[in-house]
Design a protein around this ligand. Structure first.
Ligand SMILES: [Zn+2]
Length: 581
């Protein structure tokens, strides 16, 4: 029996490893550009426009609600964009949708001296009975091949209704994910008028609804070819502002309420996480470069978890291959992954359509995708993509804590104009940002005793564009000693539990355990108990030296106090508490 079990596991692993095969870029020029094997002069603009202000103003002035409307009307006309739907018809099914998107990218390219290079990315995998599938991508080649890293903005183009492989139902997929598809197309149209140092990839993915297949295949292609990627921004459900029954905070006080302000950014990890550094970069670039231009100012919420509980998106396969990726999603998601019989929301149903004809004149006059909201989310993406594609090289820091205070030392390959140091303690946002030239002593700064600081750095060039922030390092500031006496790090506990870093903020909380000195052990977990001492859950932990995290999924409406005890080989090591208000 056991042998059979092992054999089954092995077979399962084989299917997983070889799930997507024959990864193939149909346009050889695009294959070369993605690998950095090209001459930038072949794609040079007649008049080079590359300065920060022209790009941000250009985005603001040119991203158009009319474009979004035309993309969505066309996308809905394909009726069903399921990954395994018709590929032969000229008018309906995924084949027609794919050819239309490809042609759209080509049309944008023709308006910009053919600089945008268009291709399919093809892979073999049986999905819904179909053996072969294609993403669509357009690449704007970077002007400087000394840094071959790509910046990717993506969305899935496939749709579904209640049945995940149903190819005959109405699966217009307007919010999920006509909105993201429109965002990517519009950025390709507008951004190809400018020149960026790094290559930008505008990609429409297939097979998301059946298991993130198109992004898994492309992330694998990048990994197999050692292609560096600076940032992946995935957009999935970015146009709705009407709260559904299954919508979750922030925003959305109740069904049919409107929230056109909040938007969510999901990313993996919490402390020392490269994807979270990318999320903070995206938000900071929005606040400093774009927000002043916008009459309505969105609120970007950096969510704790990598995605909504129990669900996933096309940013995840990139993170699994070691790349930094984030997902943008509207605050007011109108749906759930697995519709139940009484389900009334629109997502993953025949109701995810463009809108309603309220006055019955045969024309839609009330739209489920709000073009202004979609425009703002498009601008947020384009702004961050532009800065990531043009910004300087990243730097790194060393933190020196000598017991008397904190020193931040900058490690950099090149000298830039200046550097920005980001400090964080209890939330996923920066507490403080400070500019420095070289290194900084924080002994007299805001260092508080018995606190952990997570610190990261960005290089800033002469034009004021910053790099993405480095992966954080952390320092514990011990109790402030009496004058002249140094605290002794040797007296630190071998293992420390931090129950609420960051504080409970959304659907999940991260519980961190810092291992200062290795402890020989067989099993460790976090025991969750309520105020009466009743066990409410266990979270298994790996305890390696440095920092260890486990995500506690408690949902949005947790109330009261939960105690978290670190149990090592049956013994309570330390206990902390989470207070939900
Ligand atoms: Zn989706």
């Amino acid at each position: 029996m056991k042998k059979l079990f092992y054999l089954l596991c092995f077979l399962h692993l084989q299917t997983f490893v070889f799930a997507q095969t024959n990864l193939f870029i149909t346009n050889p020029i695009v294959d070369k550009v993605l690998k950095g094997q090209y001459n930038p002069d072949d794609f040079k603009q007649g008049t080079v426009i590359k300065d920060k202000q022209s790009i941000v103003n250009g985005l603001f002035n040119k991203v158009s609600n009319d474009s979004f409307m035309s993309y969505l009307v066309q996308l809905s006309s394909f009726y069903n964009r399921n990954t395994s739907s018709d590929t032969v018809s000229e008018f309906t099914g995924i084949g027609a949708a794919r050819r239309w998107a490809y042609h759209k990218f080509q049309t944008f390219s023709q308006l910009q001296q053919n600089r945008l290079q268009v291709s399919y990315f093809q892979f073999d995998q049986v999905i819904g009975g179909m053996p072969q599938h294609r993403n669509i991508l357009a690449v704007l080649p970077g002007s400087d091949t000394s840094d071959k890293s790509l910046v990717i903005v993506e969305a899935h183009i496939d749709s579904r209704c209640e049945g995940v492989n149903d190819t005959s139902c109405i699966a217009n997929g307007m919010e999920d994910n006509g909105s993201g598809t429109g965002l990517v197309l519009e950025l390709a149209r507008v951004m190809s008028a400018y020149t960026f140092k790094r290559s930008i990839v505008f990609m429409l993915l297939i097979g998301e609804e059946q298991g993130l297949n198109g992004s898994t295949a492309f992330a694998l292609y990048c990994k197999n070819n050692s292609i560096p990627i600076r940032a992946v921004q995935n957009n999935d459900i970015v146009g709705g502002i009407i709260c559904g029954k299954t919508a979750s905070p922030p925003g959305c006080p109740g069904e049919n309420n409107i929230d056109s302000i909040n938007v969510r950014i999901f990313s993996a990890g919490t402390n020392l996480s490269a994807p979270k550094s990318l999320a903070r970069f995206l938000k900071l670039e929005y606040q400093e470069e774009l927000m002043p231009l916008l009459p309505v100012k969105p609120i970007i919420n950096i969510m704790n978890a990598e995605d909504r509980t129990g669900r996933g998106g096309d940013h995840i396969p990139f993170r699994q291959q070691g790349y930094s990726s984030v997902r943008m999603t509207s605050a007011n998601e109108h749906g759930d992954a697995n519709p139940i019989p009484t389900y009334t929301d629109r997502q993953h149903s025949v109701r995810d359509i463009l809108g309603k004809d309220i006055n019955h004149d045969g024309v839609i006059d009330s739209f489920y995708v709000d073009m202004d909201y979609l425009k703002r989310n498009t601008l947020i993406n384009g702004n961050s993509i532009a800065m990531a594609a043009n910004g300087p090289d990243m730097a790194d820091i060393d933190l020196i804590n000598d017991g008397n205070g904190l020193t931040v030392k900058v490690n950099k390959a090149k000298q830039y104009d200046h550097y920005r140091i980001g400090f964080r303690t209890h939330s996923n946002d920066f507490d403080t940002l400070i500019n420095i030239d070289h290194s900084l002593e924080l002994k007299t700064y805001h260092v508080r005793k018995d606190s952990i600081y997570y610190v990261s750095i960005a290089s800033v060039d002469a034009e004021g564009i910053e790099s993405i922030f480095s992966t954080e390092k952390f320092v514990k500031v011990l109790g402030v000693p009496a004058a002249g006496i140094k605290t002794d790090p040797a007296n630190e506990k071998a293992i420390q539990l931090f129950a609420a870093y960051p504080n409970p903020a959304d659907e999940t909380t991260t519980i961190s355990v810092i291992v200062n000195r290795p402890v020989d052990h067989k099993e460790a977990y976090i025991l969750l108990t309520d105020i009466n001492g009743k066990e409410t859950g266990r979270l298994k932990m790996e305890l390696r030296q440095h920092i260890n995290e486990v995500i506690y999924e408690h949902g949005f409406h947790a109330k009261g106090i939960i105690f978290c005890s670190l149990i090592i080989d049956g013994r309570i090591f330390d206990t902390g508490k989470l207070v939900f208000r």
